[in-house]
Unconditional design. Structure first.
Length: 184
């Protein structure tokens, strides 16, 4: 089934929005590479397969809804206590959700084909706005997209522990996978 032109609702009911982090530093083996999922988010895709430039995408994530789903690597498995501590640090220190409750992406330009497209847009994250490029594919009504966010470009200091011996890489990967569901 191919997608017809129209307005499509995006959110956790139709797909997943995840962030993947990796670690660096002398103490990297003590930490974990994390998979973090946005549990409350919504968006709209205006799709015109015949004219990708006439399409648009907007996504808003509730910053406090990011939940640690998995931690790989590390000397010991990620515990529930570790998850809670990481989520608290992410909300309070990294994203400062009290001051910046939403993370928003708005497309400015879309080019390519439904099978392989590029979305240029603006990401508002932790009180700063900057350009972000999403590379995507559409297989029938199933859309996939990914982007790399360099945290420091948004004024975010990557999380570190053990006096800087363990820290997250500045680059984090964002992945979106969703079924396009007509709005209505």
């Amino acid at each position: 089934m191919s997608v017809s032109a129209g307005r499509y609702a995006l959110g956790p009911e139709t797909g997943r929005l995840v962030v993947r982090t990796t670690r660096t530093g002398l103490g990297a083996k003590a930490g974990h590479d994390l998979t973090i999922e946005a549990t409350r988010w919504h968006g709209v895709a205006m799709v015109d397969p015949a004219d990708p430039a006439g399409s648009s995408v907007t996504v808003e994530v509730e910053a406090g809804s990011l939940a640690v789903r998995e931690g790989t690597g590390g000397v010991k498995p990620l515990s529930d206590s570790d998850r809670r501590d990481i989520e608290k640090a992410m909300r309070e220190k990294v994203l400062q959700v009290g001051r910046h409750p939403a993370i928003t992406f708005r497309s400015r330009r879309i080019e390519g084909t439904p099978e392989s497209f590029r979305i240029e847009g603006d990401l508002e994250l932790a009180g700063a706005t900057g350009p972000l490029v999403v590379e995507g594919t559409l297989d029938g009504a199933h859309a996939r997209g990914s982007a790399v966010v360099v945290q420091s470009q948004w004024g975010i200091k990557p999380y570190s522990a053990f006096f800087g011996a363990l820290k997250l890489n500045d680059e984090v990967e964002i992945h979106l996978e969703t079924d396009l569901t007509p709005e209505g």
